[in-house]
Ligand binder design. Structure first.
Ligand SMILES: Nc1ncnc2c1ncn2[C@@H]1O[C@H](COP(=O)(O)OP(=O)(O)OP(=O)(O)O)[C@@H](O)[C@H]1O
Length: 272
């Protein structure tokens, strides 16, 4: 793989306890290429979110990244960034969409003002320029620019989540981390949002780290998938191979627990 967007090497993360420490992420290494959609799967508590938070340095005590761990984004050593560098790095290099992201919009501000806050703070944009850019970004996620003047409560859950994604894309990040981004939404809306992400990453070239419990959606949308078990990454392969010919017994059991797949992979539906 030439110049991966994300490179994780020997990542070890502990949760420090009063009596004992819990080794939540164990010697994990993987890479994500430019434009690649990488899915991370595994049972609840296996360490997926801990990795997602560490990549954007959003982990907080008691989480502690052990010495010897390495996280590079676009070749930069994320673990060595100081506070100023981190502020610039977040949003512009890596943006993160959480499960509850749609509730993270400020209820008393219009959508337009929320775009403006990000674009003014990070790019020094004027209100008029920010409005123009915000309208373009809303169109990317299939939302009419008229919505700029709505408040979050006037938008549906699916629309709010797409607005958050549009705000995340405002600064052209290299990597979008999506941790259970659509879990609170109904399945049709979930699929529509992932289809849109798939089209956008092909068009704009950003990479995606995608975490979900919806394994069939993950298989359909991902290029490669990593399987985690009790803090370790036990298998990584392209989505088709890992689904059809899993090597690890745990991966087999994981697939056995999910409903059978019907229909084409999302990316294939988009291709002519
Ligand atoms: N603040 C914390 N203090 C102590 N242990 C924690 C803390 N946060 C997470 N853990 C533990 O670390 C392990 C990994 O948690 P993590 O949230 O990364 O798992 P996950 O795979 O994302 O789970 P889920 O799919 O349920 O979100 C779990 O055993 C969890 O109990």
């Amino acid at each position: 793989m030439t110049d991966p967007v994300l490179s994780i090497r020997n990542l070890n993360i502990d949760y420090i306890g009063a009596e004992t420490d819990f080794h939540a992420v164990r010697n994990v290494s993987f890479e994500i290429a430019q434009g690649e959609l990488f899915g991370l799967a595994g049972e609840s508590g296996c360490g997926k979110s801990t990795i997602a938070f560490a990549v954007s340095r959003l982990h907080r005590p008691p989480a502690l990244i052990r010495k010897g761990s390495q996280i590079l984004v676009g070749g930069r050593d994320v673990l060595a960034l100081d506070e100023d560098e981190l502020r610039r790095f977040r949003w512009s290099e890596v943006a993160m969409v959480f499960q509850s992201a749609m509730n993270s919009l400020n209820p008393v501000l219009t959508i337009e003002t929320q775009f403006y806050d990000v674009l003014r703070t990070h790019r020094g944009m004027s209100r008029a320029a920010a409005r123009e850019r915000a309208a373009e970004l809303l169109e990317l996620v299939d939302i009419s620019p008229d919505r700029l003047f709505s408040y979050p409560h006037q938008c549906s859950g699916g629309m709010r989540q797409r607005i958050v994604i549009a705000i995340c894309l405002a600064l052209d990040p290299r990597l979008l981390i999506m941790d259970e981004p659509t879990t609170a939404l109904d399945v049709v809306v979930q699929r529509e949002i992932l289809q849109r992400i798939d089209v956008l990453r092909r068009r704009l070239g950003f990479s995606v780290l995608f975490i979900t419990h919806d394994l069939s959606l993950m298989v359909q949308v991902s290029d490669r998938i990593g399987i985690m078990l009790e803090g370790e990454l036990v298998e990584v392969d392209d989505a088709r191979t890992i689904y059809r010919s899993p090597r690890h017994d745990y991966t087999r059991r994981l697939w056995a627990s999910m409903p059978k797949l019907h229909g084409a992979r999302i990316g294939q539906e988009q291709r002519p």
